[in-house]
Design a binder for this molecule. Sequence first.
Ligand code: GLY
Ligand code: MN
Ligand code: MN
Length: 442
Amino acid sequence: MSDLASLYANHLATICRHADAALAAAHCDTLAIAAGRPLPKFQDDQDFAYVAHPCFKYWLPVTHAPGSWLLYTPGKKPRVLYMQPRDYWHAVPEAPSGYWVDHVDVVPVHSIEDLAAELPTDATRCAIIGQPQDAVGAFVPNNPEPTLNHLAYHRAWKTPYEQELMREANRIGTRAHRAARDAFNAGQSEFGIHMAFLAAAVLTEPELPYGSIVALNEHGATLHYQEFDRTAPAQHRSLLIDAGATHAGYASDITRTYASPAAGEFQALIDGMEANQKQLRERVVPGQDYRELHLEAHRLVAELLIAQDFLHMSADEAVASHVTSTFFPHGLGHLIGANVHDVAGFQASPEGGRIEQPEGHPFLRLTRTLSPGMITTIEPGVYFSPMLLDELKAKPEGKHVNWAKVDHFRQYGGIRIEDNVLCTNGAPENLTRDAFAAQPRT
Ligand code: GLY
Ligand code: MN
Ligand code: MN
């Protein structure tokens, strides 16, 4: 791994510059960002799992210090009010250490009273970022929109430091994907495959960037399938696994689809999707309008379904009549970083504004034009969703579908192939494929 200490110093200098503009836009003197606190469960003395706010992780590789705050006043060293509560029920965050510590002033605090004494006294001059439950007395999150917009817009471009964290998140994720594939080949249940993934990633579930999607056979048709069947099915025909990892709070988001050796017909469709995905990921280049890339993905899905005899119509007709949306009903991808679906995917400028999705494509999460430093997912898919197929069957366009073949493929669920790709001045850097290639061959 590169020298994270110097990368972090440059990262911090960059985000301080963004913060200067973000504060000026809201006429504020100080930026205060909460690390967040765990949400309590209703009528219970338990909390939901704690997850640090992504805007806090943008500043610090600190993922387990609930109640802490980051304070930044232009021209001064950032301060971290680092919460180490007096608590004998729970493990208290250890004294901070690591490459980042020398670049900020760490102020340990041990109670809400300590914290209140360190926070600015005039909250009206502060941009206070957080959720209502993060309030400390009269120091209440106000989330000024001009500040949020400035910070979010620039988060689309990952600094070399963030890029390095995301390379590592992809290394962890691909290592775990290999273990999951092996568990599929060994005939394990969805639950067993999930456990293999977690063990290889060495992550707990709350440390995942999103709930893993581990879908055998028909279950692959449900885009965000969230069950984990404890029992292995009689036959393992296919696995769609969409599962990522985190490193220092940064995410990877990786999907692979496998066919069993007996499912050669499904493997042929996967191979076609692989070829499509390759074309699309190679177009993560400066100046590429992501909306157009999404529409190109629809055209490629149409061509694939026509070539493999699922559809009997022209590609243009299939896209224009939204028949492709039955088979590919989600967006081509999204920005990714400290949030798995990163902020500002639609934002037109640092001030705000919105770049709308193309008509008829409401699920696309990224409409900006790509430029060096952005990291996006490329995740085309083809699914045999009972709900969407039934809707298409009832429409006039349904007559162009080879229903015998389509209905036969319902048993395989669907395909998604998802990589995380860095836009550069040259060829795109595929964080996911590079990480898979570096895994020991098995
Ligand atoms: N894992 C959710 C997504 O691919 O966007
Ligand atoms: Mn995914
Ligand atoms: Mn994704």
